[in-house]
Design a protein around this ligand. Sequence first.
Ligand code: ATP
Length: 306
Amino acid sequence: MKAPTAKGQRTHKNTFQAAGTPAAYFSFILHSYAIIGRRIGNKYVCRRHSLSVDIPKDHPRRDSLIVRERLAEFVKKGLMTPTGLIAHGRGEAFDYLMGERTTAAALNAERVAAAYLMNAKRPVICVNGNAAALNAKRLIELAEATGSKIEVNIFHRTEERMKLLIDYMKECGAPNVLGGDPDARIPGLSSDRALCTSEGIFASDVILVPIEDGDRAEALVRMKKTVIAIDLNPLSRTSRMATVSINDEMSRALANMIGFAKGPSNKEKRNDIISQFSNEENIRASVNEIRKYLLDAVSGEKNERS
Ligand code: ATP
């Protein structure tokens, strides 16, 4: 069997040249293992990546450090851009200010968001590099629970990155991922972020945008879509633009939304939940919870962690 060439191109030329002989059989087994090995070694299996640094099990910020390492791996592999790490840092800062837990206001928004997705005719979950890296599985589970389509849409768009992300989402179990062949544009956006598909984002009535930037959130609202944002920053333009702003960490938010979507409910109940919600009031509640958490922390009181 010939080893992979320098460019990673395998050659099958010699593999079967003595077909039928024990040597050929042995060679075939070795070749198959090589292919499997390459696949496991090079592809983005949908589980925690092995980390290049050792983080002690008892480190108080172990989970946060693991996520950082994971995102750094995704940057190395080309699925995320370095600026995605900066966006993550901003998110972490707000999470810190909230006590790294789901606030009551966030839970309220998550309930409303699940109701919107469940009652939608054409719900879409939008995925970028950060979202895929943080928790592809939960994005897919929420899509399944709510009958939503998944579309990849990224700011720093290259065909290569789009393909990497779409393939990754499929490897993680998404049966169909839109975005690779855009045939429509979001009006009012000059960047490549405007590129979308007519069957997905363009036609959607309800759209979930985790870790979004304000320009696109605004453009989607102008298209009269119900925009659900997951953004730890209650003051971001995205949060202030969206119909429902979930000021919570994405993975936690998705877990809660999946729970609500799978829980007992019906269309009327969900409409009630939606009609009682005010996004502005809820953002105020988020800010108040941050304020209270910080003041309690300063005065040394124990903060209750839900
Ligand atoms: P805007 O344009 O809406 O004002 P921005 O300029 O802060 O927002 P980005 O730089 O694209 O937008 O950052 C994306 C947002 O995602 C940040 O506000 C950050 O708080 C948030 N964010 C980052 N990581 C997470 C996460 N894991 N879960 C939820 N939100 C996150």
